[in-house]
Design a binder for this molecule. Sequence first.
Ligand code: ZN
Length: 320
Amino acid sequence: MVIALAVGGTQIKGVAMAADGSLLYSGHRRTQADRGPDAVLETVLDYAGELSRHYWASAAGIAMPGLVGEATGTSVFAAQLGWRQVPVRRWLAEELEMPVAFGHEVRAGGLAEARLGAGRSCRSFLFVAVGNGVTASMVVDGRPTSDAGGFAGELGHLVIRPGGDPCSCGGAGCLETVASTAAIARRYRLATGEENLTAKEVRSRAGTGDPIAAGIWREAIEALADGLSSAISLVGPERIVVGGALAKAGRSYFDPLPAELSKRLAFREAPRIVPSGLGQQAAVLGAALLAQQLHLARQTAPRPRRWTSLSSGPGRPAAR
Ligand SMILES: [Zn+2]
């Protein structure tokens, strides 16, 4: 049995997964990031502790947003949580007294889609998560590719509108400034003066004849097609799996996107675009799979020798 968490700006998702992959628990706690980074960390540790005790877990996994140091298990920078240089894996391992697997949410999500979701039976696919940000992971032979510094997959910061709106990364005209849920809501607010409308509501209005909403929605799809066509040209995936909050937009998203992509990929056929099979659960299920992998690796690792030299060790063969 393993337990896993995925920490997001709105929710901390949790699961308990049995060895056969079945889920014994799936739930969440509210992040309430406005309480400050320490309070969020405390909620993460408490939630993981409760799950591990209740389900007798032997390993845990955690998926984080933002910039991560996957080798060191560190949350380098998570803007939504206010975390900087938090050694998540070490602190969680100390709290739970068990091995902890750590990964970026989009690579964990890609792993889960490969094993359990829309990437099954597909040798290579690009998993794209479109929500408040836009991130991507390339999955080859069931394994998300990683990089040296934990910065891979920041598709949202590809500049697709040079000189465009300022971005949270310090640049301008990034994909995220046009295609993320936050950007869609912000751009509609700026165009109409209407406050507190979500991207989902902008989409609904686009479908009922609101020309401003329809324009902003179309621009978001076009921007995503610009970003994806660059990624496709570079890595050549067989399939695009779209997850994150906007994957739920259904036909209004998935109908226009292939045509927009085809327009941009003159030299090759556009890969098939499919919605995520796991939706918002992809990252936490991926964290559970990472925990399973860690547990299995520890079980199959060679046991340390019980003696260090032949002259002093027990069971030494008799001299002939
Ligand atoms: Zn940016």
